[in-house]
Design a binder for this molecule. Structure first.
Ligand SMILES: Nc1ncnc2c1ncn2[C@@H]1O[C@H](COP(=O)(O)OP(=O)(O)OP(=O)(O)O)[C@@H](O)[C@H]1O
Ligand SMILES: [Mg+2]
Length: 212
């Protein structure tokens, strides 16, 4: 499967979720490729910061022809995750076009709900070429027992895509993992690791791909 984390808004968790989902899937003995389609190169910088080899390869491919260039590389992999950039719509559109599923991370804030409109439009444009592209919102940095969480779910219902059931909370382990390791390495028993594992399982199940 090819999964893209996309949101034209910056700082919503695209890279954090890409890296940790890639590791979750790699832990199931599947061969995973992480494609860094962001000119900021955050995922590549993450991999370079490690002192041990990354559990999955990370390649930089921030170009508008990604949807074509990627395919020959995928022969050696079971799954591919694409971390896409904020703002640069041509790059994001190419990443979306390459995908089976686009996950749109949104934080529980009204700003994120309004800002999602642009990403939704990009995905709808891509779906005109490739109608089988699926898209789902993913609530990231959820804080338990707050009314805003439920309000966001209601507000997102105005968009044509549903919300994936698994949510990811506001967890310190994710901030720490940005320095070169995943939550499975830094805090394998943490809620953060459990949430990512559940999210990865839900994604694979949804696409009819073998879970672990
Ligand atoms: N669930 C979370 N809990 C705590 N911190 C988080 C969580 N998700 C993301 N963060 C933190 O939020 C910041 C932004 O996350 P990240 O870089 O993944 O966003 P992004 O969407 O990739 O940003 P950009 O648009 O710039 O590429 C990082 O410092 C990251 O550690
Ligand atoms: Mg990023």
């Amino acid at each position: 499967m090819i999964l893209t984390l996309a949101n034209q808004k910056g700082g919503v968790g695209k890279t954090t979720l890409s890296i940790n989902l890639a590791h979750a899937i790699a832990l199931s003995e599947k061969r995973v490729l992480l494609v860094d389609a962001d000119p900021q190169a955050s995922a590549s910088t993450w991999a370079a910061a490690r002192e041990t080899p990354s559990p999955f390869p990370v390649i930089g491919m921030a170009r508008n022809t990604l949807h074509r260039d990627l395919l020959p590389l995928l022969e050696n992999y079971d799954h591919c995750i694409i971390d896409s950039p904020p703002r640069v719509s041509a790059l994001s559109k190419s990443a979306i076009l390459a995908s089976d599923l686009v996950l749109i991370p949104v934080q529980p804030s009204s700003y994120d709900v309004w800002a999602a409109a642009e990403t939704v439009q990009l995905i709808e444009e891509a779906q005109q070429f490739k109608p089988e592209i699926k898209a789902l919102f993913c609530i990231n940095r959820k804080v338990v027992n707050t009314a805003i969480g439920q309000e966001i779910e209601a507000a997102l219902a105005d968009y044509p895509f549903q919300i994936i059931k698994s949510t990811v909370g506001q967890r310190i382990a994710f901030a720490e993992s940005s320095a070169g390791y995943s939550v499975f390495e830094l805090a394998p028993a943490s809620t953060a690791a459990k949430e990512i594992k559940a999210l990865s399982q839900e994604i694979l199940k949804l696409l009819g791909v073998e879970a672990w």
